[in-house]
Design a protein around this ligand. Sequence first.
Ligand code: PLP
Length: 367
Amino acid sequence: MTISFRAAHDDIPLFRRAELPDGARACFNEPHVPPLEGLAEAIAAEIPHLNEYGSRLEGALANIARAHRRAPDEVLLGSGSMDLIRALIGSVCEPGDEVVFSWLTFEGYVGACHAHAATPVKVATMSDGSHDVDALLAAITDRTRVVLLASPNNPSGRALTRDQLDRLLAEVPPHVVLALDEAYSEFSSSPRAAYAADLFGSADPNLPDNVVVLRTLSKAAALASLRVGYALATPDVIDGLSKMRTQNGVDRLAVAAAEFCFTDRGLEQIEDRAWWIKAERQRIERTLRDRMERAEIDDRPHIDIPHSDGNFVWLPVGERADDLRRHLVDTAGIVPRAYTGAGVRYTVIEPEHNDRFIDAVTEWATG
Ligand SMILES: Cc1ncc(COP(=O)(O)O)c(C=O)c1O
């Protein structure tokens, strides 16, 4: 190669989907459900206009704003929430400025920092994978421009509690952006969990200037392939972020899909599906917990089964993560995601695969 990449390039892993083994895909946190009823028609209506740049955004922005009880100029669409996270870092970070986030978390944050020559600052989560708010606040320096937190966190599934959220809102300095990535919030069942989009949509009419809420249609709305997410922030911040995005970067099929998802017909279906996934996640966790308790009573080996608020189950098996993944691929034909040295994340999919997952984990952990 005759050109050289920036040094930060070496820190971004190359993603090769083709290397996945055969088996049921439970590694990307994609819901297994088909597209919403009515969605195909909404998208098809746009096909005659695919020759045109961009599309009218008014309907989508109005519907999203209505769902969150915000104004349309407080909403920005992105090509997935990842696009908006990159736009945010690119908008506020000069080279070398710091972005603070928990670790483990969604690895996309690291690439987003490197794309803009920002410095990622990783703060260890608590042992249960929840955010360590004291440590996050202590990590803020003069160079910090963004504190970026996934709630529920990926891969632990732990969500910020109302107390933690209140503290962050009160104590992150006003010149630092508090970015709350709520990609999995629709699957949350913890009574103590709190989400910024709900907080500012119902209780407090004023969005603080330094808060950016990120949501996606890739998870609960099952539209990962269309690449559409959105940010909620003050109109000035929305304008600032939009400068960093590719013009017309959300295609008109995705815009039409977003508009449809936030109609009453779309929202009802999304809620139904999210409820099903929540119930199924709880069934998997409860069944595994029961089996582990029985193994413990019988003096057999067993593992902890923590609670997750995402559309996935997290098994913090530490150094044995790669071994558990191999076991699930080889014996159950299931491909979960292993985090070497930390644990295995399994996306809730069809019940027959979930049952095979439960049996294979039980055999591996208690045998
Ligand atoms: C926490 C978190 N945020 C954001 C994303 C990216 O979502 P999108 O498809 O909207 O870019 C993911 C994807 O898995 C994620 O886990």
